[in-house]
Structures are given as C-alpha cells and as structure tokens.
Design a protein around this ligand. Structure first.
Ligand SMILES: CC(C)(COP(=O)(O)OP(=O)(O)OC[C@H]1O[C@@H](n2cnc3c(N)ncnc32)[C@H](O)[C@@H]1OP(=O)(O)O)[C@@H](O)C(=O)NCCC(=O)NCCS
Length: 384
C-alpha cells in the first residue's frame, strides 16, 4: 500500500502558490506593484523603458542607465532579413498573434546567445526581444496589408516607434504618452497564465525564446490576453449604451461568458481599470468617439448588480486601443509588446533560481485493468 499522501487539489490551480517571485505582486483588493512600486505611480510618471529596466534589473535606473537602456532597445529593433521573409510567407488570413508567436520562435535561432542561460546573457537577450516583439507586430501587420515595413526610428521610444512603424506618421506627444501608459499597465502581472507558461518552459532550462514562444501562444486565448480583442467585438455589437443592459442580461441568461469581466485573483476590482477608464474618457473627448466608455460603464454597473463580477483591464483597453487608431486584431499583440518585459524578467528569475515545475495530476480514469490488446505483441495474441 502506498504511503504517499494525496496533495490538495485546486481546479485551475486557483489560490495555489506555485513559486516565488520578487518581480510583481498582485493584491486581490485591487492592488498591483512592480518590484514594490505602486502601478498607479508608475502609470502616471514612468516610461515603458524605465519599467522594463526595473522589471529586468530589480531597481529603478538612474538617468544615465535609463538613457543607455533606452538606446540599447532602440538599437535592437531591426529583424533579421530571414524573419521578415518568413512574415511575407504568411497567408493573408493569418492572425497577428500567430505571426508574432512564429516570429519569436524564429528569432531564437538567429540569436548567437540562444543557449546561454546565464543571467547576463538572459538580460541581453531580453533587451533584444523587448525591442523586436514590437517590430514583429508592426512589420507583420504592414506585410499582411501589402505595405512595406518602415525603417526604424531610433530617436523614438518604444511607444512612439510602435505608432510610427505601423502608420508611417510620428504621433502627437499625448498619443505616445497614452500608449506608454498602456504598456506600463500591461507590463507584468505575477503568475498569470502566459507568464506561468513561460516559467514552466524555462524551468526545464529551455531558452528564453522557447519560453516567450510558449507565453505568446498562451496569451492568445480569449480567457487571457485574447479578451481585449473579443471585448471590442462585443462593444461593436452593442453599439450604444442604452442597449448595454438588455444585451448583457440576454447573454447572461444564456450562460455566456462576458469578455472583459471577471478575474482569477481580483474579486473587488482590477487595479488597472481606473487608469484605463480615465484614459478612455480622455480619448473619447479628444477623438469625438464618446460612445464606447458609457457602454463599458453600463456593462460594469449591470454586471456588478447581476453577477457581482468586476470589469478587468481588457474591457477598457479595447476601446482605448480602438480610439488610439489601432485595429482590434492588434489589441492582443499590443498587450504582448508590453508583457514581453514581464515574461523576460520572469524567465531571468526562473533561470537564476531554477527548480523544475512539474506538478501532479489527480487521476480520474479507469481503475487498473488487465491488458487484452490485439497488437502482435499484445497479451491477447500470446494466449492464442
Ligand atoms: C478570467 C476568468 C477566466 C477567471 O475565471 P475563474 O477564476 O475560473 O472564474 P470564477 O471562479 O471567479 O467564476 C465565478 C463564477 O462567475 C462566472 N464568471 C466568471 N467570469 C465571468 C464572465 N466573464 N462572464 C460571465 N460569467 C463569469 C463563472 O462562470 C462562475 O459562475 P458559476 O459559479 O455559476 O460557475 C473568467 O472570469 C473569464 O472567463 N472572464 C472572461 C475573459 C476575460 O475577460 N479574460 C481576461 C482576464 S484579465
């Protein structure tokens, strides 16, 4: 008889502490810190480059370090020609998240430090990947739409360059600031599904690119990053705030999942929602597209009353990205352009303090039974 005790089981690993991290902390009561710094302060004052440096290195940069880090990222944006060629081979029907995942995987083999998992090499590779994920998205999108990729603008920040590379125009300072804030809000979220996938891959001592490829694949799902694309489809279907309540009640009556609502950890509100909602209100006024935020607010109010469920960041990110002029199919890739900083920081941390992540499962299949197979070597044939 086995003396092994059965470990506790939590479906979906809900509430399970699956590892230690010094990178990010999510407080179920609507709090979020990066390396101890409140996300609200960061969103208001920091830049995406500063946040990326903090996540990767553990401390805020001084002015000189920040300038050097920003320069390094800007200098690493260009894709190898073979990767651009691969993007051109994609069918027009390809989803940008699939192009991105394939691109990240391919970038790995062109990185001379691919198989060096030392701390220093991992940080260098992270800088390259943070820079190039954005390029995969912007170049991929232009190629899908029969437009040539544009040359990099090293004088622009990640947020500014992202706009430029997509549309060919340098955006206004307020637009860059808004995208920078969105990048900051999305940059990390402790053991969310894609980061956990990255850490599982890294825990086998697979390389950073393998881990981020796994993360990209995981982010695509509508229960995770894909929700910000689905939320925009939903808002487009509702169209006006006066239709929001009846639309929602109908969906709830038919037991449908409502995108942009609910969260595994936050049960009293998502820490990032107030900032994203505020950006949305500001953008509504600036762009004259004031219909979206009232729909979200009506949905929030109804969802709270009907199901006691809170909105998550993706509900508001969807109209915010639309009002900034991005197509909805880029909502999840834009999330990835930011979260890559968190993914990389977690891979560095995993490799620095590694232990294989390998949980157990609760077996619910048939009990042990004798084998009577029909194959040549099977027990049944031996009996004959
Ligand atoms: C994020 C999510 C996967 C979390 O799932 P979870 O932790 O397993 O959800 P919970 O255990 O808190 O769910 C509690 C109840 O609320 C329901 N619920 C949760 N989110 C819901 C949603 N968005 N719409 C409708 N019902 C929802 C669940 O079905 C469950 O109902 P039940 O008790 O009748 O079975 C889930 O909320 C969801 O699918 N949200 C929509 C997708 C989304 O916006 N994802 C982005 C997350 S940042």
């Amino acid at each position: 008889m086995s003396t092994e005790t059965t470990p506790a089981y939590s479906p979906g690993l809900a509430g399970v502490i699956a590892g230690e991290t010094q990178i990010c902390s999510v407080d179920p009561n609507a709090g979020l810190t990066y390396r101890g710094y409140d996300i609200h302060e960061m969103a208001e004052q920091a830049s995406f480059e500063e946040v990326s440096y903090l996540l990767l290195n553990g401390e805020l940069p001084n002015l000189k370090n920040l300038a050097e880090f920003t320069r390094q990222i800007a200098a690493e944006r260009e894709l190898p020609a073979q990767v651009v060629k691969m993007l051109r081979l994609m069918p027009r029907s390809a989803h940008p998240m699939d192009m991105l995942r394939t691109g990240v995987s391919m970038l790995g083999v062109f990185d001379p430090e691919l198989n060096d998992n030392s701390h220093a090499a991992n940080v260098r590779k992270s800088i390259r990947l943070i820079a190039r994920v954005s390029t995969l998205i912007t170049d991929g999108w232009r190629i899908l739409h029969s437009e040539e990729p544009l040359p990099e603008r090293p004088d622009l920040t990640q947020a500014g360059n992202f706009f430029y590379k997509l549309k060919g125009e340098i955006p206004q300072a307020w637009q860059i600031r808004m995208l920078d804030t969105i990048f900051i809000l999305y940059a990390d979220h402790e053991f969310n599904a894609s980061t956990f996938a990255a850490r599982v891959a890294a825990s086998t001592l697979a390389d950073l690119y393998a881990a981020v490829t796994a993360a990209c694949g995981t982010l695509k799902g509508p229960l995770h990053g894909g929700a910000n694309e689905e939320s925009m489809k939903m808002l487009g279907e509702i169209k006006t705030s006066d239709r929001a309540e009846s639309w929602l009640k109908e969906k709830l009556a038919s037991k449908e999942k409502i995108m942009g609502f609910g969260h595994r950890v936050y049960k009293k509100g998502d820490s990032r929602v107030p900032v994203m909602r505020e950006i949305g209100r500001d953008l509504g006024k600036r762009t004259g597209k004031e219909q979206w935020i009232p729909i979200c607010e009506k949905l929030e109010e109804t969802m709270e009353r009907e199901k006691h469920l809170c909105a998550n960041v993706d509900l508001y990110a969807a109209p915010v990205l639309t009002m900034l002029g991005f197509p909805a199919a880029l909502n999840t890739p834009i999330f990835a352009a930011s979260r890559v900083a968190g993914w990389c920081a977690h891979v560095v941390e995993q490799h620095d303090h590694n232990r294989l992540i390998r949980p157990r499962s609760l077996y619910t299949g048939p009990p042990a039974r004798p084998y009577h197979g029909v194959s040549a070597n099977g027990a049944a044939s031996k009996k004959r």
